[in-house]
Design a binder for this molecule. Structure first.
Ligand code: G3P
Ligand code: CA
Length: 270
């Protein structure tokens, strides 16, 4: 069954154009904007001295030449690390015939710098910000996030649909904190599996957007239909194969979150 959408499917660059460039770096986000992505996804964590930085893992070991937990390091410690070179060891993308570029000199990206990049993009680009580790800091991630968004005039959208920013989390509590501070901020409840509690297509109170994994879409397409029937938007992650893009389009999902924004846009004829 094919479902109608009220608006075009958004293509969201997951950690930037992260198949091609080192995830969460300025280079990855600049590439995603150049590729034409509608939105950028990023994970945020708080440093020991209270800065929000775009890093996925709890520790910096995988994506930098340093070691240790982000929460135990100060911004100056992180700024001294190389967040690009690890990608040189990564496999070259199969769609790219030429040798991939050599990545180095990529420093940690602060959320503030990413917001500046989006503000200077020259076209509307949305931002999907995921709060990581929200229990470790008991509300401080959300508090700092709203303070930062306020500096860019993004903390209090006139309506959720008008908001250039949305906040995502696997934690309903984190999303609740965001909505308590900013009732019109759209929030996305991320789902890795379908829990029996949520099978009827209802999300935690106040959440309008579901963020199921591609694994859920493949194994429980009826659940996606239920979410849509219940009036929720559905934003799926991480969609990198063309068959999965087709499946998402057939189900009428509202946003496709992908490491390969250029390839997905091409598949969508854009
Ligand atoms: O976009 C949601 C997705 O990023 C959640 O999983 O582990 O990639 O942050 P993860
Ligand atoms: Ca994420």
């Amino acid at each position: 069954m094919t479902h109608a959408r009220q608006h075009p499917t958004q293509v969201v660059a997951h950690r930037g154009a992260s198949e091609e460039a080192p995830e969460h770096t300025l280079a990855a986000y600049e590439k995603a904007i150049e590729d034409g992505a509608d939105a950028l996804e990023c994970d945020v964590r708080l440093t020991a001295d209270g800065h929000l930085v775009c890093v996925h893992d709890r520790r910096v070991n995988r994506t930098s030449n340093g070691r240790g937990a982000v929460s135990a390091l100060e911004l100056a410690d992180l700024a001294a690390l190389d967040f690009g070179s690890w990608k040189n060891r990564d496999e070259a993308p199969d769609w790219e015939q030429q040798r991939p570029p050599s990545w180095e000199q990529q420093s940690v990206l602060t959320l503030e710098r990413l917001l500046e990049l989006v503000a200077d993009a020259g076209r509307p680009v949305r931002l999907a910000i995921e709060t990581k580790h929200p229990t470790r800091w008991a509300g401080q991630v959300e508090e700092r996030l709203l303070i930062l968004l306020k500096r860019f005039g993004l903390d209090a959208p006139s309506s959720p649909a008008e908001s250039p920013v949305r906040v995502m989390s696997f934690s309903a509590r984190s999303l609740q904190r965001v909505r308590a501070a900013s009732p019109t901020m759209p929030t996305v409840y991320l789902l890795q599996f379908v829990s029996p509690r949520l099978r009827d297509g209802r999300l935690p109170p106040g959440v309008r957007i579901a963020g199921p994994s591609m694994r859920i879409v493949r194994s429980h397409p009826a659940y996606i239909e239920r979410l849509k029937r219940a009036g929720h938007q559905v934003h799926v992650w991480t969609v990198n194969d063309s068959e999965d893009v087709d499946l998402c389009l057939g189900l009428g999902v509202d946003a496709i979150i992908t490491n390969r924004p250029r390839a997905v846009l091409r598949q969508l004829g854009r």
